[in-house]
Design a protein around this ligand. Structure first.
Ligand SMILES: [Fe+2]
Ligand SMILES: [Fe+2]
Length: 466
């Protein structure tokens, strides 16, 4: 582990002078992006952050106060497996690719760029949230997520620089040029162009959108291109905390709302977030995050699998047939204004299969939030909308479907939209509650404190020195 270099790494960067020079040239551009587009207003503050210093399951993380611009963004890959093989697809069993196979070069670059693009975008989406944090604990978690998304960007940029030539370097530069929500140079994927400007958005984003990241990274962790697999495996360990922040954040909002409902049926009167607004935020971020998996019927998914580039979730653990050349998958599609089942060759349905794994995982979050309601003696329930609801990518895009996934007319959708998705008024109301609470051990009224702090520290800890 070379922690003392300008770019901490476990890839022997100092032995590859050409690559080291290229990345050291990219570093100031990254820092200037971080300065312009990273968390606003807290760059000079000490934040109690974890930094990756190892990839072993024990002790990979070091916790201490750091000023964010001084964070040690490093390049860390899981150790190489001796005799690694391509684990699926047409080249199943062949030696894993240590270099980019010429015929898959464009596909692989596209996969890496698409993943890489999400990392700076989420930092940009969240850059103003610090000003309205509900507690120092939450403020620290926001910044932890932000710096690690920055490191994930490094991870993808490393692959572009190390394994692609000129075009890789150009793509790495372009990753710093696109801007979330900018109409002229937007981020590649739509969920990453949506505003994330209040903390309910932030928790829903880290719950649902970072969780898409988990499934994409898991599929890429299976990759036959070994440097990508090794990178993604380590990113997954960091991603866990991001989802934890979202999942527990929403759970704490729900718990607090339930407590306030006992004081006053109309929680607005007592400064809480009504459950129906929470439900609308769920509907919004869940549906946008489902889009990130791509079309239900996808020749790209078939090609990526055939090439051994992108596998299924837990490909090795869950499946015995790693060729998947036979077999089919039946899904509902819209045909002549009706939902009808269609059988699709298995490899063309891999986006939908990965999406299904994701939905099962999201359900567990919902069960936890509903338990928080039960624990507070409430009978109300939150739920996930049907996967066909409010989709902008794939078979259901361009159609109108209700929360149960039934086709409806455009007029019906428009009439119901304000009950299903956050309205301007909902967003304004949530926004009106977003007042910063920065005293050690204090918390905003609309959210419950966490059950424990970070890494053995209590909730009453000075997670950020203001
Ligand atoms: Fe990430
Ligand atoms: Fe993340």
């Amino acid at each position: 582990m070379n922690l003392n270099e300008r770019i901490p790494n476990n890839v022997n960067l100092s032995e590859d002078k050409r690559l080291q020079r290229a990345l050291e040239k990219w570093l100031p551009n990254f820092l200037s992006w971080w300065h312009d587009m990273g968390p606003e207003g807290f760059q000079e503050k000490d934040v109690w952050l974890r930094t990756a210093i190892d990839v072993g399951s024990e002790g990979w993380a070091h916790f201490d106060y750091v000023k964010m611009p001084e964070y040690r963004w490093g390049i860390f890959l899981e150790p190489a497996q001796p005799d690694a093989k391509v684990g699926f697809g047409d080249n199943f069993g062949a030696p894993a690719y240590q270099e980019v196979p010429g015929e898959f070069r464009n596909a692989l670059r596209r996969i890496i760029v698409t993943q890489g693009d999400t990392e700076p975008a989420s930092v940009e989406q969240q850059r103003r949230l610090g000003a309205t944090c509900p507690s120092l604990y939450d403020l620290r978690n926001l910044f932890q997520v932000n710096v690690e998304e920055g490191r994930h960007l490094w991870a993808m940029v490393y692959l572009l620089h190390a394994y692609f030539g000129r075009d890789g370097r150009d793509e790495a530069d372009a990753l710093l040029e696109r801007r979330s929500g900018n109409p002229d140079k937007p981020s590649i994927l739509e969920a990453f162009n949506q505003p994330c400007d209040d903390w309910l958005n932030f928790y829903a984003f880290t719950m649902f959108t970072d969780r898409d990241g988990k499934y994409q990274l898991s599929a890429l962790a299976e990759s036959g291109f070994e440097p990508l697999a090794r990178t993604c495996k380590f990113m997954l360990t960091e991603e866990e905390h991001h989802m934890f922040v979202g999942d527990t954040g929403l759970s704490r909002v729900v718990k607090r709302t339930a407590q306030l409902m006992k004081e006053n049926e109309d929680v607005r009167e007592v400064g809480g977030i009504p459950l129906d607004i929470v439900q609308k935020y769920i509907n919004f971020w869940f549906s946008y995050s489902l889009d990130l998996f791509g079309g239900e019927i996808s020749s790209n998914s078939a090609d990526f699998f055939a090439a051994g580039l992108k596998g299924r979730f837990k490909e090795q653990e869950q499946y015995t047939d790693h060729i998947a050349a036979e077999g089919s998958f039946t899904m509902m599609v819209v045909e002549n204004g009706k939902l009808v089942p269609r059988e699709v060759p298995l490899r063309n349905a891999l986006n939908e299969i990965l999406r299904g794994e994701y939905v099962k995982d999201c359900e567990k979050g919902l069960a936890r939030w509903n338990k928080a309601l039960t624990d507070e003696g409430m009978s109300q329930r939150l739920f996930l909308p049907n996967i066909r609801f409010h989709r902008h990518v794939g078979e259901y895009a361009g159609h109108n479907l209700d929360l149960d996934g039934n086709l409806i007319s455009k007029e019906e959708f428009e009439a119901k939209k304000s009950e299903w998705l956050p309205t301007k008024e909902d967003r304004e109301y949530v926004g009106s509650l977003m007042k910063p609470v920065t005293e050690v051990g204090k918390i905003a009224n609309w959210i419950a404190p966490p059950t424990s702090g970070i890494k053995g520290k209590p909730f009453e800890f000075e997670y950020v020195r203001l």
